[in-house]
Design a binder for this molecule. Sequence first.
Ligand code: RB5
Length: 148
Amino acid sequence: MIIIGSDHGGLNLKSALNSYLSRRGIQVTDAGTNDDSSVDYPDFGQKVAEAVIAGQAELGILICGTGIGMSIAANKIPGIRAALVTDVFMARMAKEHNNANILVLGGRVLDEQKACDLVGAWLDASFEGGRHQGRLDKITALEQKYNN
Ligand code: RB5
């Protein structure tokens, strides 16, 4: 199951990705927002990130206008590796090397087709482990050191 959330700047892309994920037969939980009134992206970043950490969803997708605010907010939650991506190579690497458990997209940056391509590349890739796991362990150590 994937949980998806956005602010008003990512609302349209969220709808498109909901349809794309359903077409792929993936169960989706939509954490909102549900209309175009102005909301605060950290609230939705928190909802999605906490659901992933709690194991209520395997992976998360977050969208704001640029993706920047959502990635900053989600990465405050220990254990979250939220990757803001703008091309297919980055999306694939986000899984293969970084094992990103949240993909972050910019609703005012990407068109719908591109966003679906990025989500597809991330979902279809696999974490390579090995030396990359050692690097993720160092990130975990940083979280512990700074009690993030
Ligand atoms: C909202 O206007 C905008 O700031 C937000 O969607 C996002 O781009 C923040 O990083």
